[in-house]
Design a protein around this ligand. Structure first.
Ligand code: FAD
Ligand code: DLZ
Ligand code: SF4
Length: 513
């Protein structure tokens, strides 16, 4: 029997430009698997499972077309033993396998699991880089290790210089500032016509039927004949081009805006394609830079810098935190929050219009943009004192782009401050005034944004002050929250009591809010 080398490709490692695929080698067998160990570790959104399987299947087809040898396990294949290790074990017994290779996984859970392959299968196992990120794990370890905090802004500036992005020959920022965030906090103007990227759809019924047949438990809704997520590199590049043409000119300005009228506004919807590596972060950044250098009058610096910061800054930074702080990170609960997530997070059945809107949208599209995730669902979960494990489970399941390395750092870290300030220097929380300032949600809500107490008062208002009261000790040393804490402490005792009673009343009937 001819000797074989197995190269395992995980579902989020669909990088056509990886050096593994530079040459066709007859002794190499590429292996991809749809397995229950990955579909069942959390209840995923149905669109996420369809997107991953569809992307994996098309990737495998591409490899075969190029002449590579591929073994693909579909979810219902009779020989599929439903775990990476069991399937690899069976393959090594069928073929004369000499060695196994895999690329560094992005999730701690999978990384740990694959570390024992060599011992368990009795074969040499080799690990390669995934050639996707702008920082290596080693580099991240050196940057983050031993530090309680390492600010995103410091990291981002280093990355700008390292990759020569939007810097001049003296390594100073183009436009004189590193960060144009102040220009990026606008609401959608009245009568603004939203002209953004279109949804391009395709039929994913076959994959969908396979998932139904396998009885995989999922959440959310789908129209499999009109599936709109990009699952090939070609589709991802087309979306990037359309984004640059239509949405980038307003990306920064309306980045934080929320509206009932549109579910993605001027956001790129590129996170899934990037997270499964159909497209690389550097090529997205370079494309956006090119747009700016070719047409500076059309693309203002605040749009470009705002977009690049998300990818070159936040995305890489979150990965750095993840690898520096796992596995401890996954059990951090700085505020000792214990409450369960209300059931309406899974159904959208709440009278709070902002939450209803963000949750319905998440169930329908497996997507909400950053500010919806942070300042609507995340904000509520934080103010209501939901256990971070439950918050994580929800975010890890529901979003198309949810992979633990970027989900947990955003959810437990940025949104819930459960890490006590590793990711962010203060918890992101707000009352109704911020939500009203950035959205049109409050206009159609059964609750009244301006009321703090009494019939119909917006729950965010009393829960906001209740949070300051409950966590005074932990918040008092935070300079960024000092002003609000002072305001709370200066309130008349009767006013405080009313607010706390209102909050207690709402928390008591949280399931029916
Ligand atoms: P755009 O707004 O067009 O931004 C462009 C790209 O920047 C994104 O595609 C993404 O790759 C990157 N980006 C933007 N913000 C962040 C960020 N905070 N961290 C890392 N990358 C960022 N992003 C995920 O990819 N997976 C997750 O599981 C995830 N969970 C989140 C949970 C919470 C509570 C919050 C507040 C944010 C989360 N994010 C997550 C970050 C962000 O919300 C999404 O990346 C973004 O909404 C994806 O949509 P988009 O591609 O249209 O992004
Ligand atoms: C999320 C996911 C799902 C639902 N299914 C699979 C799968 O069947 N096979 C696979 O290789 N990967 C899947 N993934 C992605 C993985 O859970 C995980 O994110 C990566 O394998 C490691 O980071
Ligand atoms: Fe949300 Fe309160 Fe506004 Fe209603 S009034 S949409 S609950 S912030």
């Amino acid at each position: 029997m001819a000797r074989k080398v197995i190269k395992l490709i995980l579902g989020d490692q669909l990088n056509e430009n990886h050096p593994w695929f530079d040459h066709v080698e007859q002794d190499v067998l590429f292996v991809l698997m749809e397995v229950r160990s990955e579909t069942d570790y959390v209840k995923h959104h149905i669109q996420k499972v369809v997107a991953i399987f569809d992307a994996m299947r098309r990737f495998a087809d591409q490899l075969k077309k190029k002449g590579h040898q591929v073994k693909y396990f579909k979810i219902n294949d009779p020989d599929n033993q439903q775990s990476f290790e069991k399937n690899l074990d069976a393959l090594t017994k069928q073929h004369n396998v000499q060695e196994i290779h895999y690329q560094l996984p992005d999730e701690y859970r999978v990384d740990e699991g694959l570390k024992s392959l060599s011992k368990n299968l009795g074969l040499p196992v080799f690990v390669s880089d995934s050639h996707h990120f702008l920082t290596s794990r080693e580099e991240l370890r050196n940057l983050f290790e031993g530090k309680k905090t390492f600010l995103m802004e410091t990291f981002y500036r280093k990355m700008r210089v390292k990759h020569q992005v939007l810097v001049d020959s003296a390594n100073q920022p183009i436009g004189g500032k590193w960060n144009f965030d102040q220009d990026n906090r606008k609401k959608v103007p009245k009568n603004h016509q939203i002209l953004t990227t279109q949804l391009k759809t395709k039929d994913c019924s076959e994959v969908h039927n396979d998932i139904l047949k396998a009885e995989i438990q999922t959440i959310g809704n789908i129209n499999p004949t009109q599936f709109h997520w990009t699952t090939t590199r070609t589709e991802a590049i087309e979306l990037l081009e359309e984004f640059v043409e239509k949405a980038l000119p307003l990306f920064g300005t309306l980045q934080d805006a929320m509206t009932e009228k549109h579910w993605y506004l001027y956001h790129s919807r590129l996170s899934f394609a990037m997270n499964v590596k159909l497209i690389s972060p550097l090529e997205v950044i370079r494309r956006v830079e090119k747009a700016y250098s070719e047409e500076p009058e059309r693309y203002e610096l605040n749009q470009i810098e705002g977009f690049i910061r998300q990818i070159l800054g936040w995305r890489e930074y979150m990965r750095g935190i993840y690898w520096a702080k796992m596995p401890d990170y996954a059990s951090m609960n700085f505020f000792n929050h214990e409450r369960s997530l209300p059931n309406w997070f899974w159904t959208g059945e709440t009278k709070m219009n902002c939450l209803k809107h963000a949750i319905d949208q998440s169930l329908d599209y497996a997507y909400a943009h950053h500010i919806q995730r942070l300042m609507i669902t995340g904000n509520f979960a934080l103010l209501a004192g939901i256990h971070p494990d439950e918050v994580d489970q929800w975010y890890l399941g529901i979003y198309i782009d949810a992979f633990e390395w970027v989900e947990i750092t955003n959810t437990r870290g940025m949104s819930q401050f459960a890490d006590g300030g590793i990711v962010g220097s203060k918890p992101y929380l707000s009352s109704a005034s911020y939500i009203d300032k950035m959205s049109d949600y409050c206009q159609n809500c059964g609750y009244k944004k301006e009321l703090k107490i009494g019939e119909g008062a917006c729950p965010f208002n009393s829960l906001y002050w209740n949070f300051f009261d409950a966590h005074q000790e932990k918040l008092k040393s935070n300079p960024r929250l000092g002003m609000m804490l002072n305001l709370w402490n200066k309130m008349k005792p009767e006013q405080k009591t009313e607010l706390l009673e209102q909050a207690a009343y709402y928390l008591d009937k949280i399931e029916t809010l």
